[in-house]
Design a protein around this ligand. Sequence first.
Ligand code: FAD
Length: 498
Amino acid sequence: MKKCIIIGSGLGGLSTGVVLAREGFDVTILEQEAQIGGCLQCFERRGVKFETGMHFIGSARPGQTLYRLLRFLEIDGDIRLQELDRDAYDIVRLGNDEFRFPNGKEAFITKMTDYFPKEAEGIRRYVECVERVAQASSLHTLDTNNADNAISTEYQLRSINEVIDGLIADPTLRDVLVGNLPLYAARKDKTPFSTHAFIADFYNQSSFRVVGGSDNIGKALQRKLEHYGGQVLTRCKVVKILSNDASVVGVSTADGNSYEADIVISAIHPVPTLAMTDSTLIRSAFRKRMASLPNTIGIFSVYLDFKEDAMPYMNSNYYAYRQGVSPWACEDYTFGDWPRGYLYMHFCHEPNPCYARAGVILSYMRFEEMSPWLTTSVGHRGEAYETFKRERAERLIDSVERTFPNIRQCIRHYYTSTPLTYLNYTGTPEGSAYGIARDISLGVSSHVPQRTKLPGLFLTGQNINSHGILGVLVGTVVTCSDILGTEYLYQNIIKANQ
Ligand SMILES: Cc1cc2nc3c(=O)[nH]c(=O)nc-3n(C[C@H](O)[C@H](O)[C@H](O)COP(=O)(O)OP(=O)(O)OC[C@H]3O[C@@H](n4cnc5c(N)ncnc54)[C@H](O)[C@@H]3O)c2cc1C
């Protein structure tokens, strides 16, 4: 029985743990925090629960992409889902105009064509392009012989805006199609079209909230892991990856304990991972390359606790941008014009709710804004930090109030988090929302491998493939395929879905 240590109990660590424990590995996941889950974590204040980093998921109907992976992980029956409005799972507001995104390819084409009749041809070609790119991946077809690598490579090297501009002439429609940009924090001329295509296709198939909170996904994975003999140890911060001249031999933790292992899988960002090993088998050029990769921007969140039976539940995600502001321009805000845009959502505490108990408003925040408080710790950042957060929360609520005039009357309390909060609770450098940013100009240099040159040390989680529930679970498949064999793993996913 091979001993496997996994660093970090986020979605990446937990799902990798389940797959390997089921295959007979002796899996221990070490988590630095008291609570498991990383971005799946929820917190509770005054009896109301808030999600911190997984607010909705897609393609979760039987047979769809995510559903097949949840079934493979044997947790499809353990989480309750509430479908978002099929006619408007996303609503994008540009200035005073609203655009609704319906589920389904044809419904989406029809709706966008209603808004932009002159672009009918371009809209269809855009949707077909999204579909072609999403389906080109072998992880979509689960058939290693059927992957269209040429398409995948082409759209990994072309930017989102280059592809969309080539298909669509209307500048407003171009902005509408990237209206949900905060979901992947893309950058103009940099982020590959494939990132956009996977996310657009994923949510267009179907979109859901997790009833009762996204921590239920983490709890379900932990139960499955324990069922197969694995365990998660919390409050165990890994500080060193131990190795000899030939391979990894274990890890040590901040409390002075060591854990032997035949394989170590790091489910955290590669930079802190590499800082924990001084093995010369990992070349300095690789360390430098990982350290030079850009991270996605951070997020400022306002968590809203609504008065009972006051705020009608909104079964859509609402993305809004100021008049004249493109979704592409939100990251480059100035102090005076923040927030240029926001994403506003309600949480789903029970099936088919009439009223929302809680919601969240998210907007980009650059890490440089955190510089006065970098040396402070949670709960001891001082009054200036509290004032900063209050002032920003008020501005964000003011922005939402322009479209939802009754929102302030419905708020009982609100709470906030900054990129520093994410740095503290997940360890992600710069409190980045989604980890390493994909950048076409870096070509293959931006690739993060699942296997390192130190035998026995692997990587998984949002940085090796992509972020989000699908991106991370695909990363899990990539890492576990390397350990167990691709054909074997794909066959197991197919069998689990028969
Ligand atoms: C604000 C926000 C909203 C989001 N919304 C959505 C959404 O609606 N839908 C969606 O699909 N995705 C969403 N995402 C993205 C998604 O949540 C993440 O991509 C995913 O959960 C990342 O999982 P992970 O396992 O790679 O990393 P993480 O969740 O970051 O987990 C890493 C874990 O490792 C632990 N750790 C770090 N260092 C150590 C150490 N030295 N020793 C031990 N443990 C350590 C951390 O404490 C953490 O638990 C959102 C993210 C954010 C930030």
